[in-house]
Design a protein around this ligand. Structure first.
Ligand SMILES: *Cc1c(COP(=O)(O)O)cnc(C)c1O
Length: 412
């Protein structure tokens, strides 16, 4: 049996242990400390542009009250909090937005469940919005219609909008921001899969009022488990920091005036993150190179389409590469299980891990009672798509093996 190829395996720089050893040497073995602060600084250096490094022709939706703007003065003020998970970051973002019982939140349906779960933690209801076919992300037009319908039906505006950057692909965030500005609803970007992706030169996760990052083991960089929340300004950053550390007020005794959470990142995990940040750009270059190799090899296989940046504004990190089968393509071993499942089994037999595209949230039993605005796009993609490996251990040889395995599983 040939060696196993995994979807996306974590890959160390070698510097992680230095940061961890330092933490042990100085006895910083707790959820705060120099590595946590250091990782936040590293992230801010990468993601928060200064006036000089600001893309010139970026997104220009103006709505200062919602902080949706591309205005350099607003972008520069952003700060980042390191947390125990991306899921915790979404939860605290919703808490900081004041989302609570009886509220509704517009959530992209085509995503991992972690985008929607935290909405229920605060007692709110996710309202699912389907995708558009170019980016596979939230359809701005459908979002607008869905909000109008929610307002008509409930007499209340949804409290937040959660677009997702699926597999690292930027959403049409300028159009989503325009809808958000029209309705004056804040945006919480789920950028968990899009570390380093850009839209018109600006990093995903820095457009909305809040942006979410994940450093889980299989994401672009890892802290073993962890996440971060991009906050609009110092004041909000302090508020989120307080929520993340049990909402302790500054008194000599333990004084609490709000319900708090234990969501801060461990200083040991953050040490891994600091090591990872030294090779973040290499990881990004690698994933884009893998996509390029797939592009070349799939070029002469009819019936397989590689999910690509739909235009010049989009710059995906290609966290996972994804393919779709054209309607009349037939896959060997499709005994009624569907083409993605037949292909997944065929590749598994050759020791290659692949994964179905995310099953849309409006199809999940757990969210069956939630309102959903669907257009068939995510259902269609789910029925004919597959994620294929793209991690740091996927080299040219592995890409060839994967593409050959796919080619030989197609029925002529
Ligand atoms: C991974 C992921 C999350 C959650 O991040 P964790 O760090 O695993 O909690 C949220 N949303 C999406 C789309 C993800 O892929």
């Amino acid at each position: 049996m040939e060696e196993r190829i995994l979807l996306c395996l974590c890959h160390m720089s070698g510097k992680e242990m230095d940061f961890i050893n330092e933490a042990f040497a100085e006895n910083w073995v707790l959820p705060l400390g120099p590595n946590v602060n250091g990782l936040e600084k590293d992230l801010e250096r990468m993601f928060i542009p200064t006036a000089d490094s600001m893309p010139k022709d970026g997104v220009t939706v103006q709505s200062p009250d919602l902080l949706l703007s591309h205005d350099p003065a607003l972008l520069e003020r952003k700060r980042i909090v390191a947390l125990s998970a991306g899921t915790a970051a979404i939860h605290l973002g919703l808490v900081a937005l004041g989302v609570g019982h009886g509220d509704e939140v517009m959530v992209q349906s085509f995503t991992f469940s972690a985008s929607a779960n935290p909405v229920t933690y605060v007692g709110a209801t996710p309202v699912f919005v389907d995708s558009e076919p170019d980016t596979w992300n939230m359809d701005p037009q459908l979002l607008d219609e869905a909000i109008a319908d929610r307002v008509a039906k409930t007499g209340k505006k949804p409290k937040a909008i959660i677009p997702v950057y699926l597999y690292g692909m930027p959403a049409k965030i300028d159009e989503i921001l325009a809808v958000a500005a029209k309705w004056k609803i804040p945006v919480l970007e789920d950028s968990a899969e899009a570390f380093g992706s850009r839209y018109r030169g600006q990093y995903c996760g820095t457009f909305g009022r809040f942006g979410v990052m994940s450093f889980n083991g299989n994401k672009m960089i890892t802290t073993s488990g962890g996440g971060a929340l991009v906050c609009p300004d110092e004041e909000t950053w302090r508020l989120v920091m307080s929520y993340a550390t049990q909402s302790r007020e500054p008194y000599p005794w333990y004084q609490h005036e709000r319900i708090g959470y234990n969501y801060r990142m461990s200083n040991i995990s953050a040490g891994i993150g600091r090591g990872q940040m030294t090779i973040a750009e290499e990881h990004l270059a690698h994933h884009r190179r893998v996509q390029q190799q797939y592009r070349e090899l799939f070029a002469d296989i009819e019936g397989i389409e590689l999910h690509e940046n739909p235009g010049e504004e989009f710059d995906s990190n290609f966290w996972l590469c994804a393919i779709t089968f054209v309607p009349d393509l037939k896959v060997r071993g499709d005994d009624g299980c569907g083409r993605p499942e037949a292909m997944r089994r065929a590749l598994e037999a050759r020791n290659i891990e692949t994964r179905h595209l995310w099953k849309p949230m409006h199809r999940q039993p757990v969210f069956a009672s939630c309102p959903a605005y669907v257009n068939g796009v995510s259902d269609d993609l789910f029925s004919r798509g597959l994620c294929i490996p793209a991690g740091p251990y996927v080299g040219e040889r592995e890409v060839r093996r994967i593409v050959e395995a796919i080619r030989s599983s197609i029925l002529a």
